[in-house]
Design a protein around this ligand. Sequence first.
Ligand code: HH2
Length: 408
Amino acid sequence: MVHHMRWRDRVPGSVRVGATFERTWRGTALMAVVNVTPDSFSDGGLYLEIDAAVAAGRAAWKAGAMVVDVGGESTRPGAEPVTLDEERARVLPVIERLGEDGDGLISVDTRHAEVARDALAAGAHVVNDVTGLRDPRMRAVCAEAGVPAVVMHMQGEPVTMQDDPHYADVVSEVEAFLLERAEEALRDGVPSLLLDPGWGFGKRDVHNLALLDAVARFASHGHPVLFGASRKGSIGRFSGEMDAARRDPGSYVLHLEAARRGAAMVRVHDVPGHAQALAVQAAVRDARASRGCGRVTLRGLRFHGYHGVFEEEARVGAPFLVDVELDFPFPGRDAVADTIDYGAVREVVRREVEDARHDLIETLTERVGERLLATFALIEVLRVRVHKPEAPLPGVFDDVMAERVWRR
Ligand code: HH2
């Protein structure tokens, strides 16, 4: 997928005023975190000295970051806000010095329009606003400077956001928020936007993981998607690692998953590690793509199962028919060991249909798909249909069917 960020030349009086710059890239770019704060959850206190922050930014560019994201206020759960003057004093000298270096892009991680305006004057190219450009003055600052902005989703405020996050449908709600904010910003003259679902900002882990799975859906709207889970608390909860600085391996996994689903950029602390992980992922993907996927279909696998909401269905059971379409790279050799054995596929389906019991045909479909994905690593795209031709319905009908598609 090709991604674009556009911005206008903003050097007053220059012959280049009005020119449009565009960064176009393929795959997943890196945004490096440089927090000039005493209290950021992972790098707090490391870059309080201007020299140390500038050196970290330069090293990140050298290691392959496209953007260095300079922040002067921690937004970790429970963080206390800082004054505008304090935030300015932290970020502006660092941005000025990095700006003298030329080619790399700089973003300013701030939710304050005043700080954003001064940071852009000091040389920043992008505004990263964790409050999603809700403040019209922030949109005006970005529009006037002609710079792109990150619209991030957050439920609540950093101080209390993790107290009781709740959603009826987290993916749809975050998607609607991001699209509304993006449209509003474009209307107000912001030239281009990146959308960020905001991992850990007013979300439980179940919400974070649902948003990770939905990256492809967010990316389908034409704005590049930014994803930032680097070293965050959920990695500690998943793995037991309580030291944030030791959570890079978990960060690679989440960011590779986001990249696989089309994230245009990931926001990371460890640039060299992510550059390596993404390069290896790209090599694996390219090798696969050059071989191409083929499809094997199993149609009308017939079993007797006991799924349904009625007691009668649990007792007597009914016929269930399952179709499975598997897209995967065909093997280079004529050997069953190198491919997906369709006998083994049938057995996985049989076990779920005959041995488990679910009220809903939807749940049965989900479980069959999840089992197949967990068993056969080669699958790239999977389609499962479950038919219940003798569903307890009045009148005449041919079939009741549930269908789901997964893309890895
Ligand atoms: N996360 C943090 C800060 N800014 N911006 C975007 N767009 N997306 C994020 O996920 C995001 C962000 C929090 O991480 P960090 O900067 O490492 O820590 P702290 O807020 O404690 O300074």
